[in-house]
Write a protein that binds this ligand. Structure first.
Ligand code: SAH
Ligand code: SF4
Length: 383
């Protein structure tokens, strides 16, 4: 069985070269071909010795994900659905803005945390993605978009792990993928522009700070343990005090001097003005020195029937946000993007919510295998 080179960060690729009797520095050339040029064919790699190329053909492959569908929204947002075997699918979403291009990627098929307001959570846990499957979402999107938009420069400047799954419950695969995303010989994104979003796996927040500090977003969603446990069951294991303690420790290593708290606005559940005041009191207890160490991002809830929940009215979101900002906490309300293609937050599971359903649907469909360097030759549409 050949190994998929997308699974390796540069260090892993150097180990691979060494195991095959090659100098470690060869890995850099190989890494650049894969990630900077989007190559899939070893014969393309003209500056590698023929003997190495022959070895690679026997021992390795560069294999992306199967693209099930691609939707492009009126606002330029693009959503891909990738098959990851056994009827499972994950999604990635590209969100273009004036000064940046953000890719939202998935870390697991399904999720074991089971938050009440999240359709991925309702779907249950299927499996962890491999490092290669996490990296492949960026590898594919970056090279596909370069072809699609006929631009020879970097398109994706920011990556957020806010798709399906809890990244800190797939730590072993997450770290090599993050290292590749950050590596100057691959995508070279700045640590400040790569965000891991977590529902609060406290020990892994500490490890991330040690191993690979990037920007951190924490899904808070409630000012009290009672309510948070009801919304995010993981809170029973890692209650708010422990979570905020971990956030404080993370700031010592973090590339930014604040943590972003995500707060999904649920009508009549966590959106009362009294709850905003409780949040202010809560974070002020944990504030380090004078500096502001957190920001709030209020996310309008994207409803789905099984949740039995509704989104807070816009006036309520505004009034809630005003209490936070009046207390000196930078607060933003997330714009909803890609609404017309179900690419907004928490809708990522969309059609695949019913796993039995999706197995049948995928089986019936023709699945297009897309390699980014060949993307322009393939017409991609929903199939
Ligand atoms: N598991 C991680 C990252 C993926 S979820 C986490 O929970 O942080 C990314 C963000 O989308 C989280 O803040 C989550 O709370 C939010 N989200 C999930 N479902 C949502 C929905 N239906 N509407 C709005 N936001 C949602
Ligand atoms: Fe998992 Fe995040 Fe969804 Fe909660 S919000 S179920 S942690 S993906």
């Amino acid at each position: 069985m050949t190994v998929n080179l997308l699974d390796y960060d540069l260090e892993g690729l150097a180990d691979f070269c060494e195991r095959h009797g090659e100098k470690r520095f060869r890995a850099t050339q190989l890494f650049r071909w894969i990630h900077q040029k989007g190559a899939t064919d070893f014969d393309q790699m003209s500056d590698l010795a023929r003997s190495l190329r022959e070895k690679l053909k026997v021992a390795a492959r560069i294999e992306g994900l199967q693209v099930i569908s691609q939707h492009e929204s009126n606002d330029g947002t693009v959503k891909w659905l990738f098959a990851v075997g056994a009827g499972n699918a994950v999604e990635a979403v590209f969100i273009p803005e004036e000064d940046r291009g953000t890719l939202c990627i998935s870390s697991q098929a399904g999720c074991a945390v089971g938050c009440r307001f999240c359709s991925t959570g309702h779907q249950g846990f299927s499996r962890n993605l491999t490092s290669g499957e996490i990296t492949a979402q960026l590898w594919f999107a970056e090279h596909f978009l370069r072809k699609h938009l006929a631009r020879d420069e970097r398109i994706i400047s920011n990556v957020v792990m806010m798709g399906m799954g809890e990244p800190l419950q797939n730590y072993g695969a997450l770290i090599p993928a993050l290292r590749t995303i950050l590596d100057d010989h691959a995508y070279g994104l700045s640590r400040r522009r790569v965000t891991v979003s977590t529902s609060g796996v406290v020990p892994m927040i500490d490890r991330l700070g040690q191993d690979c500090p990037v920007a951190l977003a924490v899904s808070l969603h409630a000012p009290t343990d009672e309510l948070r446990t009801n919304l995010v069951p993981l809170n029973r294991k890692y209650p708010i005090a422990e979570l905020l303690g971990a956030c404080n420790r993370y700031l010592v290593h973090a590339p930014r001097d604040f943590i972003t708290f995500e707060y999904c606005m649920l009508d009549g559940v966590n959106d009362q003005l009294e709850q905003a005041r409780e949040l202010v009191a809560l974070v002020q207890r944990y504030r380090q020195g004078q500096g502001i160490w957190c920001k709030f991002n209020l996310i309008p809830f994207n409803p789905f029937p099984e949740s039995g929940l509704l989104c807070s009215p816009p006036e309520q979101i505004a009034a809630f946000g005003k209490i936070l900002s009046d207390a000196g906490i930078v607060t933003t309300v997330r714009k909803t993007r890609g609404d017309d293609i179900d690419a907004a937050c928490g809708q990522l599971a969309g059609d695949v919510r019913d796993r039995t359903g999706v197995s049948r649907r995928i089986a019936r469909q023709r699945v297009v295998m897309l390699q980014p360097d060949k993307a322009s030759a393939v017409t991609v549409k929903e199939i």
